[in-house]
Design a protein around this ligand. Structure first.
Ligand code: 13P
Length: 390
């Protein structure tokens, strides 16, 4: 179980002056490759899923693989929604198992960015989930040629960064100091003096987007000035595509299996290269002893209900529908005793993303309405427990 609290993970990296690779994954090959790379380097990583890639995979399905891979990994992992589009995206990401979220409003006027980011922080706090805000604008699209998505860099200013962090309460801040998402011609000019001023102005770890194409020297310069998370994708995608092209050239009649066989190793090689470059190799044991594990909480109610079978079933169906979508609820399940002489006939099993959800859920108006109007009137005989999974 090496899923760890993302706030702790980033705080640790900032304190010890290294950066965590936040690697976007787009398939099972990528998931396996980045976790294998982290394990081989004994490094913490952040497995990221970018909303702009959701056309390539089913978010919910890939998330179950990501959660399983992170849990069984021997290296510490966090799971992050990258460039989410809305509050709803953040709620879904938390439901599917992300313990960090970013909803990107950096292209909007600053007042809108502030307002939306504040809402995301309020939602995520109730779930114990870390929030990344972005201020300034990093143009381009990860995985594509930078020239296909032209746009000007809008640089982050230290004063705006200070106000933004204070007013939103974000856990980390993505800043714009000259990087561009995607495949670039040449190397960008980075404003490292500006980065140093921003790092002095804010007390949270800094994040850089658009890692592909930077030189080793530039990465070192970013990390020396307080960057604790570097987002990296295009070079991984290019390594995967090159592996497929080589397989096709070697055997023009190769089928899907043969064409994609070398993808995992190619992505893993590139992931390992940057993990070592970012200084995070060899940090796993320190992270595992100093960061809180990310543990889900289960909320279990055993109950007997008055009323006929159909009305009890209808009440349980309605509860699963309305409680299953509340923030921080990963799953809402109901069940019925297998044996006729069981002390309790029915159960609720609600899975929360973490401990803070217990209070948020208890006070949520939709939960209160369902509990007061539909559940409690028929389920007087009940037993309740919230427990953290070992
Ligand atoms: P690159 O694709 O340029 O590495 O950027 C990745 C990124 O910033 C994802 O958020």
């Amino acid at each position: 179980m090496a899923l760890v609290n993302m706030q702790d993970l980033l705080g640790q990296a900032r304190e010890d002056r290294y950066a965590i690779a936040a690697l976007d994954v787009v398939s099972l090959d990528f998931v396996e490759a980045v976790v294998e790379a982290a394990e081989a380097c004994r490094a913490p990583i952040i497995i990221s899923l970018a909303e702009s890639h959701f056309e390539h995979y089913d978010f919910e399905l890939l998330m179950s693989a990501v959660v399983t891979a992170a849990r069984r990994s021997t290296a510490p992992c966090a799971i992050h929604l990258d460039h989410g589009a809305s509050l709803d995206s953040a709620t879904r990401a938390i439901r599917f198992g992300c313990n960090g979220v970013m909803v990107d409003a950096s292209h909007r006027p600053i007042a809108e960015n502030l307002a939306l980011t504040r809402e995301i922080v309020a939602l995520a706090r109730g779930c114990g989930v870390a929030v990344e805000g972005e201020l300034g604008y990093v143009p381009g699209v990860e995985g594509e040629d930078a020239e296909r998505h032209p746009g000007d860099v809008v640089y982050t200013t230290p004063d705006e960064a200070r106000t933004f962090v204070e007013e939103t309460g974000v856990d980390c801040l993505a800043v714009s100091i000259g990087t561009i998402h995607g495949r670039m011609r040449g190397t960008p000019d980075l404003d490292l003096a500006r980065l140093a001023e921003i790092a002095d102005a804010v007390a949270v770890p800094l994040v850089i987007h658009g890692g592909t194409g930077l030189t080793d020297e530039q990465f070192r310069g970013l990390i020396e000035r307080g960057v604790a998370k570097i987002n990296y994708y295009t070079a991984l995608a290019d390594a995967a595509a090159d592996a497929i092209r080589s397989a096709a050239a070697a055997d023009p009649r190769a089928g899907y299996g043969r064409l994609t066989l070398a993808v995992r190793a190619a992505v893993r090689r590139e992931a390992e290269r940057v993990i070592r470059l970012f200084g995070s190799a060899g940090r796993a044991d320190a992270v595992l002893t100093r960061c809180r594990p990310w543990r889900e909480v289960e909320h279990l109610i055993l109950f007997n209900a008055d009323g006929d079978e159909a009305s009890v079933r209808a009440m349980k169906d309605e509860g699963r529908r309305c409680l299953g979508v509340l923030p921080g609820v990963r799953q809402a399940l109901t069940g019925e005793a297998v044996k006729p002489d069981a002390r309790y006939r029915h159960c609720w099993l609600i899975r929360f993303s973490g401990e803070p959800v217990i209070a948020a859920y208890d006070h949520h108006p939709e939960h209160l309405a369902f509990a007061d109007q539909r559940f409690r009137p028929v389920a007087g005989d009940r037993l309740k427990i919230d427990y953290e999974l070992d």
